[in-house]
Design a protein around this ligand. Structure first.
Ligand SMILES: C[S@@+](CC[C@H](N)C(=O)[O-])C[C@H]1O[C@@H](n2cnc3c(N)ncnc32)[C@H](O)[C@@H]1O
Length: 452
């Protein structure tokens, strides 16, 4: 029996993520390009790979219960196939016999005949219950609310706790649900170089985003076929990223001759937007990035915007030398990325609570460097794609305590002006916090600061 192309592709992605720490959202497109499956197979492979990776911890618990042994004691190549099989049985319309037979064949091809009987038995046991009945099995005897939510929705319990703490509301279950659904592709029309309204007229698959004035969303299909994307003037970018970058620019009117800095710019999505705005307002932009390969990506992103936008490669912590100062500084800090879980299927399982302390220390030092680079009266935007308190409000309040010259500006008001509508549930003290389930954006955090 041969294994269907979609299952082969999905298993290759799971294997790459497990063995080489590959990023699924980079590996899958590369595998699809090489394998060239039909459009239907490509869509099914994407659903299988991303859907399985998002719920990996939940499927491991189900496989362990059905196998009557911990997932860690199952041969990893066999475990990958069982995870994919569990997803087919519990979350897709695949007929059970097809899911079981194809998975058993994948086990045979991966490790030989020795584990086929085991795989067959485990998958048949999984298929005896539906998804909701497995949730009941997993939750039996589990008291801790975060553990329960994590098992039910496929999130590590510590991530559930961090999201709950940041959310400050009773809609956590809605957030966790939205995290498990692939979002539409966000598009940004660079100001002065592309027209969102023209794009909407020419491209029926594209709809306006309700909050970003330059944003649109593409529900299905390849964004590379959208007019302007190949030229780099329409960019794939989450609308939340658009809003936080624009907040720095629209916080007050731009004066010609202003100097702007993007301190941690790779791969350059927000830098391209800032450069387009700088071109319109008579300002100039310098972009900095520590990783040389990512600095090259920033150069590529900026190539779409006419004018000179120097890219420097260096450690942002030591950016300030001499008396070079900037009127607006974007610090889009390296972070845990827990605000973009819907776009990065495996990320929630890769992060550990231990990852946070070194990141928050780096964020604090980078914010000091951003403040040092800011001219008197200038603005800093501290941005993360994480809502975690230790990476957001706590970094900002510690910086405010260290720097007398720093003042927090009411930031939600700026975003509301940009969006043209109120943003319920975005206010987080003086900062703004966007949420996938409230605003149809990634969970971007932004605090505008004035450096007197
Ligand atoms: C959140 S990403 C920035 C995303 C970018 N603003 C965009 O919209 O495309 C953070 C970036 O900071 C870079 N970075 C990490 N540590 C750094 C440091 N010490 N100095 C400068 N850049 C750093 C990372 O390589 C990464 O490219």
């Amino acid at each position: 029996m041969s294994v269907s192309p979609a299952r082969r592709i999905a298993l290759e992605v799971l294997t790459g993520v497990r063995e080489r720490d590959a990023y699924a959202n980079l590996l899958l497109p590369a595998v699809l390009q090489r394998a060239r499956p039909s459009a239907a197979d490509a869509a099914f492979a994407t659903e299988l790979a991303y859907g399985t990776l998002r719920l990996l911890g939940r499927y491991d618990a189900i496989v362990a219960a059905a196998a009557r042994r911990p997932a860690a004691r199952i041969d990893p190549p066999v475990l990958d196939v069982l995870r994919l099989g569990a997803h087919q049985l519990l979350a897709t319309r695949t007929p059970a016999h097809a899911a079981v037979h194809q998975s058993v064949e994948q086990v045979r091809q991966a490790v030989g005949a020795r584990a086929t009987g085991f795989a067959n038995a485990v998958l048949r046991r999984i298929g005896e219950r539906d998804d909701a009945a497995w949730t009941d099995v997993l939750l039996d005897g589990v008291e801790d609310p975060a553990e329960r939510r994590g098992l039910a929705t496929g999130h590590p319990a510590w991530v559930v706790r961090e999201l709950q703490r940041a959310l400050d509301g009773d809609d956590l279950d809605e957030l966790l649900r939205v995290d498990d659904v692939a979002p539409p592709v966000g598009l940004a029309a660079l100001p002065g170089l592309a027209e969102r309204e023209g794009l909407l007229d020419r491209e029926p698959r594209v709809d306006p985003h309700p909050l970003s004035p330059i944003g649109a969303v593409l529900d299905a299909g390849d964004p590379r076929a959208v007019p302007g994307v190949a030229e780099g003037v329409v960019r794939v970018q989450d609308p939340g990223s658009q809003l936080v970058a624009l907040a720095l620019i629209r916080a007050r009117p731009v004066v010609a001759g202003e100097r702007w800095l993007d301190l941690c710019a790779g791969p350059g999505g927000k830098a391209a937007l800032l450069a387009a705005e700088a071109r319109l307002g008579g300002a100039s932009l310098v972009a900095n990035e520590q990783a040389p390969t990512r600095a090259l990506l920033v150069e590529q992103a900026l190539a779409a915007v006419p004018g000179r936008h120097p890219v420097e490669t260096g450690d942002g912590r030591r950016f300030v030398r001499g008396d070079r100062r900037f009127d607006r500084v974007l610090l889009d800090a390296p972070c845990s990325g827990l605000g973009a879980l819907r776009r990065r299927p495996e990320a929630r399982w890769r992060k550990r609570p231990d990852d946070l302390p070194p990141l928050t220390a780096l964020q604090g030092v980078l914010l000091d460097a951003a403040v040092a680079a800011t001219a008197p009266g200038g603005l800093v935007a501290y941005v993360t794609c994480s809502p975690v308190a230790a990476e957001t409000t706590e970094v900002v309040s510690a910086a405010l305590a260290r720097h007398d010259r720093l003042r927090a500006l009411p930031t939600t008001e700026v975003l509301e002006r940009l969006a043209g509508v109120p943003l319920p549930g975005a206010r987080r003290g003086t900062a703004a916090q966007l949420w996938p389930h409230r605003h149809a954006t990634d969970a971007m955090f932004v605090q505008l600061l004035e450096a007197r």
